[in-house]
Design a binder for this molecule. Structure first.
Ligand code: ATP
Length: 362
């Protein structure tokens, strides 16, 4: 990506609150881009369950092609109860994107935002700031669409490869190095596995250990996934970067979201070697869709991750500065009293977006 060129963002709002939170995030991005002189262009692409219902296709090939050609993708949420493929499976173009673009690194930060209630009473919980790194192209999800079912049994197969584990592990250690610099302390990468029971995880651990040796400046450790579920409640403030298998990461990242205010506060990035998709960790929330109640924070923070990633890909320092300012604006808005309905407040989607916009340039 050449510095100074216009960066092209493909926007896939999707279904339900995906539409609402994406619109809110774009309303924040626009003044931010202006203030930092970012050359950004956006293009909105159709995909999702309602598009499937109306046009017969969940993810038109043209949308995929444009998403693939864009510099980055910002996605809302996709899927809807009652709208399914003929075989009964959910409509999830976001999973197709992950697999087709090889987005192996699912980055799920778990950070306590000042002013937002956390689930734990221990005062140290206010210092929670760790990242679940969910491998997103293999593991148990490798079996998606490939499982076999007979009258008497069903079977799905988990896959762990050396190539992807090495890439995920390197990604984890590099992320820990960057976080160590920003947070002013030594980085620590903890692989979350089940190596005591499954050979696939013993293999994953051996590959991880090989990569760990390349990064003597970062501590490395392992933790069994069941113990991690416990320790994410007992002492989550002690963790830093947690790479893990796809299904484990799926589950632990929802637990992480629950620790810091819920799904509306949990951003995510799915990153590969050449492409990336940024989206809130939540789904389409049919129960609140269309009511203006959705919390856009997760999407706004995902947009900040997108700007930071673009900066790391050569878009230039103003993108990194804009990312930091956006995160600060979110923190400042909640610290000043913004309270969205999901944490018992009355500030809906637009009020939240407005409060964050007001923090830009403040
Ligand atoms: P998926 O399977 O796609 O993850 P889901 O229906 O299981 O979707 P979500 O849509 O993520 O789960 O959300 C579960 C519930 O959390 C919603 O029904 C909604 O009440 C709440 N929720 C999720 N996201 C938000 C948000 N941004 N703002 C407010 N509440 C939210």
């Amino acid at each position: 990506m050449a510095k100074g060129n216009t960066v092209r963002i493909a926007v896939l709002p999707g279904d339900g609150i995906g539409q609402e939170v994406t619109a809110a995030a774009l309303s924040v991005l626009e003044p931010l881009a202006k203030r930092h002189g970012l050359g950004l262009s956006t293009e909105t692409l159709p995909a999702g369950a309602f598009h499937f219902r109306d046009a017969g296709e969940a993810f038109p090939e043209e949308s995929f092609r444009r998403a693939q050609a864009a510099d980055a993708n910002l996605l809302g949420a996709m899927g809807w109860p009652g709208i399914r493929y003929p075989d009964g499976t959910e409509i999830a173009p976001q999973l197709d994107l992950r697999f087709r673009l090889g987005l192996y690194a699912g980055v799920r930060p778990v950070r306590a935002i000042p002013g937002v209630p956390v689930a734990l009473a221990d005062p140290r919980a206010r210092a929670m700031d760790f990242v679940i790194l969910r491998e997103s192209t293999e593991g148990l999800f490798h079996s998606r669409g490939r499982g076999t079912v007979t009258d008497d049994m069903a079977e799905e197969t988990l896959r762990i490869t050396r190539a992807t584990t090495e890439k995920l592990s390197r990604f984890a250690f590099r992320l820990a190095e960057r976080r160590a610099e920003r947070l002013g302390r030594r980085g620590r990468v903890t692989l979350v596995d089940k190596a005591n029971v499954f050979r696939a995880f013993a293999f994953m651990r051996a590959v991880f250990d090989g990569v760990a040796a390349e990064f003597p400046g970062v501590d490395s450790a392992h933790h069994y996934v069941d113990a991690m579920a416990l320790d994410m409640l007992r002492r989550p403030w002690e963790f830093d970067v947690l790479p893990t298998e796809n299904m484990f990461g799926d589950i632990l990242s929802d637990l992480g979201a629950g620790l810091v205010g819920g799904m509306g506060f949990s951003p995510s990035a799915d990153i590969g070697d050449d492409h990336a998709v940024f989206q809130p960790a939540h789904g389409t929330a049919p129960d609140i869709a269309g009511k203006g109640l959705a919390n856009p924070t997760a999407t706004v923070l995902s947009a900040a991750m997108m700007l930071d990633w673009l900066a790391s890909r050569g878009a230039g320092q103003p993108f990194a500065d804009a990312a930091s300012e956006l995160e600060r604006a979110v923190d400042a808005a909640f610290a000043a009293g913004l309270r969205t309905p999901d944490i018992g407040g009355a500030d809906g989607t637009e009020a939240a977006a407005r409060a964050i916009r007001e923090g830009i340039g403040a």
